[in-house]
Design a protein around this ligand. Sequence first.
Ligand SMILES: CC(O)(O)NCCCCNCCCN
Ligand SMILES: [Zn+2]
Length: 667
Amino acid sequence: MGTALIYDEEMTKYKLLWVDPACKIEVPERLTVSHGALVRNGLTDRCICLPVREAVDAEILLVHSEEYLEAVKQTPHMTLEDLKEFTLQYGDVYFHPNIYHCAKLAVGSALQLVDSVLMGKVKNGMALVRPPGHHSMRSAANGFCVFNNVAIAAQYAKQKYGVKRILIVDWDIHHGQGVQYCFEDDPSVLYFSWHRYEHQKFWPNLKDSDYDIVGKGEGAGFNINVPWNKVGMENSDYLSVFCHLLLPIAYEFCPDLVLVCAGFDSAIGDPEGEMCATPDIFAHLTYLLMNLAEGKLCAVLEGGYNLTSLAQSVCQTVQTLLGDPLPPLTNLTGPCRSTLESLQCVRAAHRQHWSCLRHAVDLPTFEISTKRIKLSGEGNKDEAEVGEEQKSPEEKIWPEPPKRICPPVCSAVVLPDGVVCPDACERLSSSEDLGPHLLTLKNDFLKDADDGAVTALSRVFSLIDKMKNNEIRNGLALVGDAAMTMTCVVQYVAAEVDSRVFLVCVGNGNIPSHVIEDGKTLVVQIKDEDTEEQGSKYYVPVCLKKGCTDTSGFAQAMFSLLLPLGYQYNPSLVLLVRMPGSGVCDIMWQQLTGLLQSFAHGHTLVLLQEDDKACVGPTASILLGNPAPPLGQLPASLKEDAEAVERLRSRLQADWNLLLTTAPENG
Ligand SMILES: CC(O)(O)NCCCCNCCCN
Ligand SMILES: [Zn+2]
């Protein structure tokens, strides 16, 4: 199934007709530049372009009041003076004779997207719309928004398709208070928003936007606000919040549909956000959400006012929806203190509502709050160095996101004769010459192994060579001895100059010490035997009491350990090994296989042991880019497991600061 793209140039046909400094950034070029970049990068040709339609009254009334709708209906006939007058009753928004028409098209676009995804015509999609929606409220326009596109889309999905649980992720740099108010007492819609806040100093200056506003009544816990109290936030800050807050809760919630308020004013260069996250971060944020709801994801444009970063961010988002390999994120320096304070406050506020946070022992007994009186001067996230004048957002420069090339072959497999090759995979032909490897194999790896093992290992090495040359994206091998193959692979890759292997070992089994010592391999092993070893910077043993069968414990280790470590290590190859008898359930295995494709341009090599032959199909399906099935609503993990993972994190966070979730107590 494909990716839908919804856009119509009619939505560019309204603009600000008078002087208003607060609104001048919301220009028609936002849409033309975004769509133009998609065309230029050949992305529109790869999408399924769906027509827009006007929303009808009944759909708008899912969120807005009749009186508000009636009032907006009058605007097409208004004179310029009337429009100005009408606008005065709302905040930071403007009207135009054609904006009502465009607002209906924006809502209609979002609904078209929801229809095509929920009817199974497309896998996912994006709607490029204006006016945006997430600030508009039941009876008020606000913040350039007229109708609340995404809130209406959520109500529409519930009413027309009976969708039980919807996750709305709002990565726009402003708080979508309109969405929050719409669903604050509704446990079927989980609203997550981060937003520039600066201790309520930033627009819309609401107490309702702070971390302790968690929803009301039945909806308590289903509203998550992450305030950014400093500007200059970077990729690390965004990833930390996804790994340590949004993803664990989202997986516990287990949504049937994901809607994204895709505002790109949270990107570098934007005059509103004044943040420093680069456009390629949206490739990862999108991807990390695509493993939820079996990939049913609808992204609807909200803000974004730097035309260069907006266009790049839109392209990064659509390319990921299309399934292209992710660009590695480099120099992740870890979250700043302000982020850690916000993260700690939000986790504490939501601890009682989400079992994934229940055992979070990292939350201090003493009350921490970011509600302290604003310190004198706000400065950048790390206090602007004296004398270094800060570039204005528009002067910011950043590298063009790297090209994301799809290898000619997605998944290649090495299987014993007699094992069927999964559809759409390419079997490494047995005629593959053993040539270059044979000698090294014989001498370095397999003294007395039988020829079968030698042949298999040489083919596995060929998979690695093909990934290195980007001839294939990922590979899967069913081998006689997974542990031995794993050791040989690590040695083989470690011989490369700048190679870094992220070895994820699921199940018990001995990892030879030489694998761990050279720093060219980072090992995370999830198992049940408690060998009491402390591990080291490059060896992270996660012992689960009930072993890998414990989905909650496994999931917690995946988000709070595996993902941050993988991002910070930035490997050139991911080696995922399923040890015999691991007990991990197929869906958990598939989710893990999916998430690990965030790294190394998707170059993942999966090793299965022959008696795990039944896993070949499910694993190949994920390697081919299909979404993993849902894990179901996750119960709390075992207290002792949660504490073990926290102990691991606190020991490792000195070396890997993406593991941090709390601000160090010292000054
Ligand atoms: C969709 C959205 O979230 O991007 N709307 C942002 C509205 C910002 C209003 N304040 C502008 C002040 C000008 N410096
Ligand atoms: Zn915004």
